[in-house]
Write a protein that binds this ligand. Structure first.
Ligand code: OXD
Length: 308
């Protein structure tokens, strides 16, 4: 029994260390170490090369080492596999980091901290009146596990917590708007929009010129899911034209963000390098271990993104 570890963009060593320590009956193999593909029963993958997974005839589970499943969803290999669960990685530590990221920027915008930074550099003393937290409407787009957690944290921090989701959901203390016909309404009534939507055919380019036009000029966007949910030309234009007040962007259509992108230099834009919820192997690998143990006991892993 062996686990294939095929991770691109992260260091392998911490994953190998935890998986090997916690699952001593399995070999943990990187792709170049696999001599007999039939040995592989689980594949732990991130940004892996396409058309590799069908090499393993005894695959029982595909463990996606991140929350977003847009990369694996495009893998043609899935069509050649049958009845194998693709399991997303929901690490509570990552959810906490993402909530902190969203709240950090929401507070930054609400309290105008940038202004105080400039004032302090100019040795100037002066207070501005800003909206109270209980009047500041923060809207989370997408109530998946991470979006739900963030909407709850927003509520607990004393802001007005709103959410938009494709289908109705209940979340105590959070006003949830559902369905595409409600999207413009909620965008028009938000001070901060936090995008937590997964990237798929439906959400690609969802935040486009028309959506930015309905947002108040004083509103901010925080993007922590996938760059391509936001049309990059549209947001660049919306920010340049003052259709929205600013943005904190952690993900982009192309990563790293191209050096020539105007977003880098815009005074009302904060660019971060997809770090809002970086996966740390030491905690995340334990979630993978738990799911493999569950499957070995004949229980369902969680959350299953899809069955092949
Ligand atoms: C993820 C990510 O989806 O790191 O986990 O973007």
């Amino acid at each position: 029994m062996a686990i294939l570890l095929n991770v691109v963009g992260y260091e392998n060593a911490p994953w190998v260390e935890v998986l090997q320590r916690e699952l001593p009956t399995f070999k943990v193999l990187e792709p170049h170490q696999v001599e007999d593909p039939a040995e592989i029963t689980y594949a732990a993958i991130w940004q892996h090369p396409y058309n590799d997974l069908q090499r393993y005839p005894n695959l029982k589970g595909i463990m996606n080492l991140g929350a977003g499943a847009d990369h694996i969803d495009q893998d043609p290999a899935l069509e050649h596999l049958s009845g194998v669960p693709v399991v997303r990685l929901i690490d509570p530590d990552v959810g906490i980091d993402m909530a902190h990221y969203a709240l950090y920027w929401a507070m930054h915008f609400q309290r105008d901290y940038e202004l105080y930074r400039h004032q302090s550099q100019a040795r100037k003393w002066g207070r501005t009146m800003r909206p109270r937290a209980c009047d500041w409407r923060i809207t989370v787009l997408g109530l998946g596990r991470i979006g739900r957690f963030i909407a709850e944290q927003v509520r607990l921090t004393g802001f007005v917590s709103q959410a938009w989701n494709r289908s109705p959901q209940e979340l105590p203390g959070v006003e949830v708007f559902a369905g595409y016909d409600q999207l413009d309404n909620v965008l028009a009534n938000s001070d901060v929009v936090v995008n937590c939507l997964p990237l798929n055919q439906e959400t690609k380019g969802l935040l486009d010129d028309e959506r930015f036009k309905v947002m108040p000029n004083s509103a901010y966007l925080i993007n922590i899911s996938r760059g391509a949910v936001v049309n990059e030309q549209a947001i660049t234009h919306a920010l340049q034209a003052g259709q929205i007040a600013g943005a904190a962007l952690d993900c982009f259509e192309q990563e790293p963000l191209n050096e020539s992108s105007p977003l880098w230099d815009m005074p009302n834009v904060y660019v971060t390098p997809h770090m809002s919820g970086a996966t740390f192997a030491r905690s995340a690998a334990l979630v993978v271990v738990e799911n493999i143990n569950k499957m070995e006991r004949g229980e369902a892993p969680s959350p299953i993104h899809r069955m092949t």
